[in-house]
Design a protein around this ligand. Structure first.
Ligand code: ADP
Ligand code: MG
Ligand code: MG
Length: 896
């Protein structure tokens, strides 16, 4: 027998989300709770997978299961599917496992045709209602099933309104709606070559297939890639008896959050439209009313809704996002899910629920989408008196942003690729713009409410967004926008404050983020749970101080070359590189030494006894010299005017030096420890600066813990030689203090050979720090810039790679090297300290990997630290859960 592929809502529950999708699982759960849910059934995600296997067809078994479920619905609703007198109408709704708001499609009013529409009209004594439903069905079916642009339908509606002199949809007469259904049917025929199907089962079959298909539409794919949702999960389909919010002034439809999704405040927060159907609110076509107005208009409905909302929140123990429809003052719920929220709201809600005793410490920590956390550390518009907004809209997603106005997603994407900051400005918000939102610093729209799909998506991405700004109008032909009396061109800079809804011309000053008391509380909870230490990648005393404020427990990577770049130092560094003799170089190094020393002193002070990992010079020397073409240009200009003979000489020398330093492939050339071995005096100076700084700082009563890191080691002898240098210089510089200051010498593991030979390397190392940026480049043999610029995207599209290995550690390949190296290293030296630096140190899945592998620490950029603290705690909880599951399985299996 084949697996059951259709579940009535009565047969499921919320734990079956993997099979029924989030929407289906929760509809079943709410049905079991006895809430007012229109009856229906769910076609499973497995059926979706079979659909793809069968080349886009529904199997015979599935079709008959669907028919049986429909006949159950008919009994409950006392109606018949396709019946001319008592027609049953259903919605066909997508429902993936992980919520993807607006990314896939839903069709309403299915089951209407030229005959059943008459039945509906008689039944409800409203022809205008019946034909309104019918025209909506044809348009949705045309768009979603047959791929006809929705614009064509809405244009026809606009034409009709102009001809008939109607201001709003509410004024359209029954005759006019009826006429429109005729026009729509012609449009369908003309664009798809087929008639709008009159057979209701054919409608249903085609709609179900279309929803399955929508799993693979472009925007859904982009969304999945963005949130690392597996492509093979598939979507469920929900078929549900219709309830109607478009039955006049006593009906309506809306969306509600049980807490404020922007701030987390405990208040009902929602929007609704009177006399409207489902999609009208989320599609952002009309700007909806605030829920508070419902309290005045229909107090008993409001109270009922409020009671259901708080019941659902208590049941799920989390903030819910609820869809509802009111039909003739009767309330129905159509969906609940845990609500998307800003980071600020997420933190506040988690802490509030924890303090109210609703959830545990572990649950509170897991409630934070680690991906949202760094959003909290976004900057906001400084509250300045003299800033005068051009316009005000709805504050849909907090934070301040500035960028060049781009009027469509393609433009936004193209400009972003050219390195510009862009502000996506559009009339209404459509989920199809997701790539534009992704490219933009922020989003501004003329229509649509706080619950419109674009607002939801922007909040999810942590992008500032202002919606429903009715002073905004756009002239897409002329590429200009009007904001009140002001005219701006596409390409002009515009700023928005998504926290207040204000819109400004030009750039505005942005102020730095603050840690709220709730965030500090939550991070404190995470610190109680986590095992990994969190270090910072910090190159300057300023970075070191910020890192400590954000909770760093040490510096995992201080790139000393960054100290070479600062303004006044660079010329000295350049002369040092250009030096003809060792003597000359030594004397210049002597001038650089005190500069480095004073930086190290400041950093030691900032770290106040915490370990500080200092990496000796890594990049090839030519990186410190100016660009060859620019120098050539300068020289030519001087030669033309015949001036500056001395300068000409200097330029020529520099050009010759750069040529001599040029390499075929600098990434694999003279850099890292190779440089240190070739020019020992450079490392010598750096080591001396570190220990002089350590000595002075310790002398002032501050504990110091220097850890010297040798980059790019590929062979144990490289490390052996340089370690000897460190020990020699340390004992010379420290003298008496040698006994009281302890230091470590270790290496960055970033060349695959070093990982493979980890036991030999460990003989000379006190610590390993996995430099996963280079290790990834060298393991894959990709240079990052070339890969990301040229082929990585197509690899991701083709599923050759399942994620960008420079963002998410490649656990199968690079990860294996790390595991191997840790195991070999620790065999040789049990007290070997291990950690990871590189961008992966701030990535959740990579942090999970570090926890699993038993590393001691991860190191990431300062503003990622709160994120890393949270992810490290989540990693511990995930590991515990996994262990618990294994134990549970072990118990259950023998009984079976
Ligand atoms: P999405 O996942 O894009 O939100 P939904 O399947 O939830 O899509 O449906 C879109 C809109 O249609 C929602 O507002 C929903 O409440 C409404 N809707 C869906 N099914 C019904 C139904 N049976 N009766 C009335 N409204 C419905
Ligand atoms: Mg929905
Ligand atoms: Mg490196």
């Amino acid at each position: 027998m084949t697996e059951k592929q259709v579940y009535l809502f009565e047969e499921g529950n919320a734990s079956m989300v993997k099979l029924l999708g989030g929407k289906g699982g929760n509809l079943a759960e709410m049905t079991a709770l006895g809430l007012p849910i229109p009856p229906g059934f769910t076609i499973t995600t497995d059926a979706c997978k079979s659909y793809y296997k069968q080349g886009g067809q529904l199997s015979g078994e599935l079709q008959s299961e669907i028919r049986r479920a429909i006949s159950t619905l008919e009994k409950v609703k006392d109606s018949r599917f396709g019946d001319a007198n008592q027609p049953l109408m259903v919605s066909v709704r997508s429902g993936s496992v992980t919520s993807m708001p607006g990314m896939m499609d839903t069709i309403l009013n299915l089951g209407l045709n030229d005959e059943t529409v008459l039945g509906l009209a008689r039944q409800t004594a409203s022809e205008s209602f019946a034909y309104d439903c019918y025209r909506r069905l044809i348009a949705m079916f045309g768009e979603i099933v047959l791929g006809i642009p929705s614009l064509l339908f809405s244009q026809q509606l606009e034409n009709l309104k102009i001809h008939a002199g109607r201001e709003s949809d509410g004024e359209i007469t029954a005759g006019e709606w009826k006429q429109l259904t005729g026009v729509y049917q012609l449009l369908v025929k003309e664009h798809s070559g087929i008639d709008f199907p009159q057979d209701v089962y054919q409608q249903l079959n085609m709609a179900v297939r279309a929803v399955f298909r929508s799993w693979n539409n472009a925007r859904a794919k982009v969304y999945r890639r963005l949130y690392s949702i597996p492509h093979d999960q598939g979507t469920a389909v929900n078929v549900q008896a219709m309830v109607f919010g478009n039955k006049g002034e006593d009906s309506g439809t809306g969306v509600l959050f049980t807490r404020n999704p922007s701030t987390g405040a405990k208040e009902l927060y929602g929007e609704y439209l009177i006399n409207a159907q489902g999609e009208d609110v989320v599609a952002g076509l009309r700007t909806p009313r605030r829920l508070a107005e419902l309290r005045e208009g229909m107090p008993e409905v409001y109270d009922h809704l409020a009671a259901l909302a708080s019941g659902l929140e208590a049941h799920y123990r989390d903030m819910q996002d609820i869809e509802f429809t009111i039909e003739n003052r009767t309330l129905y719920l159509l969906q609940t899910r845990s609500g998307k929220r800003t980071a600020q709201a997420a933190v506040k809600i988690a802490v509030d629920l924890y303090e109210a005793g609703e959830i545990t410490k572990e649950e509170a920590v897991c409630r934070i989408d680690a991906g949202h956390l760094d959003q909290l550390l976004h900057r906001s518009v400084a509250p300045l008196e003299e800033l005068k907004p051009l316009a005000i809209g709805l504050p849909a997603s907090p934070g301040g942003a500035s960028g060049m106005i781009a009027l469509d997603a393609e433009t936004a994407e193209a400009w972003k690729q050219n390195g510009s900051r862009v502000m996506l400005v559009s009339a209404e918000t459509s989920p199809e713009d997701i790539h534009g939102i992704l490219a933009a610093e922020g989003v501004l729209t003329a229509q649509g409410g706080m619950t419109s799909h674009a607002a939801v998506v922007a909040r999810g991405m942590g992008k500032p967004c202002v919606c429903g700004c009715d002073q905004l109008s756009i002239d897409a032909e002329e590429r200009i926008i009007y904001l009140g009396d002001h005219i701006l061109k596409e390409g002009d800079v515009l700023s928005i404050d998504g926290t207040s809804g204000r819109v400004y011309a030009g750039d505005v000053p942005l102020s730095d983020p603050e840690m709220t008391p709730e965030l500090l509380k939550l991070l404190g909870l995470a610190d109680e749970i986590r095992e990994l230490k969190i270090y910072a990648n910090a190159d300057t005393p300023q970075d070191a101080r910020i890192s400590r404020e954000l909770g760093a427990e040490g510096i995992g990577l201080c790139r000393t070359e960054h100290m070479f770049f600062t303004g006044t130092r660079l010329p000295t560094v350049q002369s040092m590189i250009l030096a003809d003799s060792r003597e000359e170089r030594l004397s210049l190094l002597e001038r650089i030494l005190p500069m480095q020393q004073s930086d190290f002193e400041d950093m030691f002070k900032a770290m106040n006894g915490l370990p500080m990992t200092i990496r000796l010079l890594d990049p090839p020397l030519h990186e410190f010299l100016p660009n060859l073409e620019q120098l050539g240009e300068q020289l030519r200009r001087l030669q033309l005017t015949g001036g500056g003979l001395e300068e000409q000489k200097r330029l020529k020398r520099m050009i010759a030096k750069i040529r001599s330093l040029q390499e075929k492939n600098p990434m694999l050339g003279l850099r890292g420890c190779r440089l240190g071995i070739q020019f020992p005096e450079i490392y010598d100076m750096q080591i001396e600066a570190v220990f002089r700084a350590a000595k002075t700082t310790a002398h002032n009563g501050i504990e110091v813990r220097p850890e010297i890191m040798i980059p790019l080691v590929g062979d144990p002898r490289e490390l052996k030689e340089l370690r000897a240098l460190v020990d020699k210089v340390a004992s010379e510089v420290l003298g008496e203090a040698f006994k009281s200051i302890s230091y470590r010498v270790g290496t960055m593991i970033e060349v695959p050979r070093a990982a493979v030979m980890a036991d030999k390397i460990a003989e000379h190392a006190d610590f390993f720090s996995f430099g996963t940026n280079d290790l990834t480049q060298m393991t894959f043999g990709y240079s990052r810039d070339d890969a990301e610029g040229k082929f990585l995207n197509s690899y991701l599209d083709r599923n050759i790679l399942s994620g960008n290995p420079f963002q998410m550690l490649d656990q199968e390949g690079v990860g294996k090297l790390i595991e191997w190296a840790v195991a070999r290293g620790k065999e040789k030296k049990s007290f070997l300290k291990t950690g990871l630096c590189g961008e992966h140190g701030g990535d959740q899945s990579s942090i999970f990997f570090c926890q699993q592998t038993g590393l001691d620490y991860v190191s990431c950029s300062p503003y990622r630290i709160p994120y890393a603290r949270m992810a490290a705690a989540q990693a511990v909880i995930a590991a515990r859960d996994e262990a618990a599951n294994k134990k549970a399985e072990a118990v259950i299996l023998p009984i079976e």
